[in-house]
Design a protein around this ligand. Structure first.
Ligand code: PLP
Length: 393
């Protein structure tokens, strides 16, 4: 393994997937582990989407697709951008990829040159920094805390910009904090960016529909931002289609073209059956997925109530996604059941060992004071998991 490339040696393993693997291993040893580490809806895919996939198989959608996705699917995506976000993206601005993860990777490879800086308001989604590094960019973390609801202020953005800044990446609703940027907050960031016309924005909106405050706002719709924003989305979260691996972008045409060129040499395009199924998903009225959003909302309230009863857990009120991100730094320096807690990682491992509950350390998301708890689990599991946590802290 010492012949591994520096690229792979220097890359971190996805902390969320690593925790899930650890939980699986403990389970196979017979331990009753409750897994709250993965960002994966625990619902079945709505039947009408399954039917569309079956039909695609029967109708022999089995050849290579256009590299950037079926035109019919891109039409559905264009319609979705218009309907949900008020954004006009033509088919030449849309690229379908193997999950939003690949969409993000494509954009990094297409826009960044070695040494280009990418501002990441922290906490950020676990893969952003490694994707940026793979493209030889330099992640520049801007730490935020619970005091600003884990959101970056215009002043912080301004202070982080250097002559080498090329991009800013963020998710709203945010994984891991659940924070949602309001229109005014996005306008504040756009105001700063106006002064720096060469900086591009990646707006990761994959949790857009899982929003309990209502009113998702796309930064591409703010004055002056459309030509310098890549809007990233996908079906993993809102449609519970994580394994189908379909994500997409709406972007300036030159970026879309670059992504298609790259994808043409790397994957040749996303899976044909999944693409056909996603047409059905995106064309359906949003009322078809409302039951999942209502359920997440109920669980969010339950989890906040139950965790709020535990001393030492400081919580913001997440307005979207399906995570809570408690600040647990008050435990640092304390010894629990013979284990000294010096970091969020120590705390997450302690919970795994003593409460049999899998969570993820905030360090992986660029915040060393927090842990992430996913509430994409049944109410019964959530109640049991939090009771166990309470009993060991
Ligand atoms: N962006 C964010 C913020 C996510 O949380 C995830 C999945 O966890 C992704 C992108 C990637 O989603 P996909 O399954 O489409 O690759």
């Amino acid at each position: 393994s010492n012949h591994l490339s520096d690229r792979i040696k220097n890359m971190s393993t996805s902390a969320t997937l690593a925790m899930a693997a650890k939980a699986r291993e403990l389970r196979s040893e017979g331990k009753d582990i409750i897994g709250l580490s993965l960002g994966e809806p625990d619902f079945n895919i709505p039947d009408f989407i399954k039917e569309a996939a079956k039909q695609a198989i029967d109708e022999n959608y089995s050849s290579y697709t256009p590299v950037d996705g079926y035109a019919e699917l891109k039409k559905s995506i264009s319609g979705k951008f218009k309907r949900d976000n008020g954004l006009d993206y033509g088919l030449n601005q849309i690229v379908v990829s193997t999950g939003a993860k690949q969409s993000l990777f494509n954009v990094a490879m297409v826009v960044l040159n070695p040494g280009d800086e990418v501002i990441l308001p922290a906490p950020y989604w676990v893969s952003y920094s490694d994707i940026v590094k793979l493209a030889e960019g330099v992640p520049v973390e801007v730490p935020t805390g619970i005091d600003t609801d884990f959101k970056m202020t215009p002043q912080q953005l301004e202070a982080a910009i250097t002559p080498n800044t090329r991009m800013m990446w963020f998710s709203s609703p945010c994984n891991p904090s659940g924070s949602v940027y309001s229109k005014e907050e996005l306008e504040g960031l756009a105001e700063v960016l106006k002064k720096h016309p060469d900086i591009y924005v990646v707006s990761d909106e994959i949790y857009e529909h899982i929003n309990f405050a209502g009113g998702h706002v796309s930064i591409a719709g703010i004055e002056g931002m459309y030509d310098r924003t890549v809007t990233v989305n996908g079906v993993s979260k809102a449609f519970a289609m994580t394994g189908w691996r379909i994500g997409y972008i709406g972007a300036p045409e030159w970026i879309a073209k670059g992504c298609t060129k790259l994808q043409g040499q790397v994957t040749s395009g996303a899976n044909s059956i999944a693409q056909r199924a996603v047409i059905a998903a995106l064309d359906a009225p949003l009322s078809k997925i409302q039951f999942m959003i209502d359920e997440f909302h109920k669980r969010r309230d339950l989890v906040l109530d139950l965790l709020g009863e535990i001393d030492g857990f400081k919580l913001n009120v997440p307005e979207g996604a399906f995570y809570v991100f408690p600040d647990i730094s008050s435990f640092f320096g304390k010894t629990l059941k013979g284990t000294t807690i010096n970091s969020a990682e120590d705390f997450a491992l302690y919970l795994l060992e003593h409460a049999n509950v899998a969570t993820v350390t905030g360090e992986a998301f660029g915040n060393p004071n927090c842990i992430r708890i996913s509430y994409a689990a049944s109410e019964k599991e959530l109640r049991e998991a939090i009771a166990r946590i309470k009993a060991v802290v």
